[in-house]
Write a protein that binds this ligand. Structure first.
Ligand code: HEC
Length: 191
């Protein structure tokens, strides 16, 4: 009888907490698709990027502090939006978040930001759609499959256009406001 009571109490506790550690409950754990995951990450990355450019860079400019590649060595300078993005990325990557991301373009100032062949086709599609569409695909590298998503990086401020068009290393000098200048690639290793 005592055994039966213990069994019933444990059973009721299980039902009540709905957290019994068995395989059945683990398989019912809610999951999100790769696309939902990368879509959500991209919203945060792009919002932070826009907030930095529109609020901080624009405000500092009025006070005579300009964005510069050499912000570390020069006085009255702040990080370029791309450097701000990379500063966050480096911290994120050091925490091993289970995915990779990078800001790239088919017209890069820094050749290190060129997409690979697979990504290039995606960047072209995103640019052709005027930034209305994202690109999703799967790529295998060294036996590892990746879910790859590309989101447009758009000229949200005249500062984006002016700096890129005037930069000596920019292969394009005709960017316009609201145009796609590049994109954020998010890569998730698939199980
Ligand atoms: C003051 C100059 C400046 C401003 C403002 C600026 N950029 Fe850049 N951007 C650069 C430089 C320089 C790089 C290369 C940085 C690196 O990777 O070393 C770069 C990198 C990029 C890249 C990666 C590909 C590449 O060109 O190397 C994209 C995409 C990009 N910027 C888009 C934008 C957008 C969109 C804005 C506005 C939100 C913006 N940039 C604002 C100078 C600027």
């Amino acid at each position: 009888m005592k055994k039966l009571t213990t069994f019933l109490v444990l059973g009721a506790g299980c039902l009540f907490l709905a957290s019994c550690d068995n395989e059945e409950s683990a398989s019912k754990e809610p999951t999100v698709t790769y696309r939902k995951m990368t879509d959500a990450i991209s919203v945060v990355l792009r919002s932070d990027r826009t907030a930095y450019t529109k609020n901080i860079v624009a405000r500092l400019k009025k006070e005579g502090v300009m964005p510069s590649e050499h912000w570390k060595d020069e006085k009255q300078k702040t990080l370029l939006p791309a450097q701000m993005f990379r500063a966050g990325q480096e911290i994120a990557m050091s925490r091993d978040p289970g995915f990779f991301y990078q800001l790239k373009s088919i017209w890069p100032i820094n050749p290190k930001n060129l997409p690979n062949e697979f990504e290039k086709a995606g960047f072209e599609k995103v640019a052709e759609s005027g930034g209305a569409e994202n690109f999703y695909g799967q790529e295998e590298i060294d036996g590892q499959k990746y879910f790859v998503a590309i989101y447009p990086d758009v000229a949200v401020s005249p500062a984006c256009v002016d700096c890129h068009n005037e930069h000596k290393d920019s292969p394009r000098k005709d960017f316009k406001m609201d145009e796609v200048m590049g994109g954020i690639v998010i890569r998730v290793p698939m199980e």
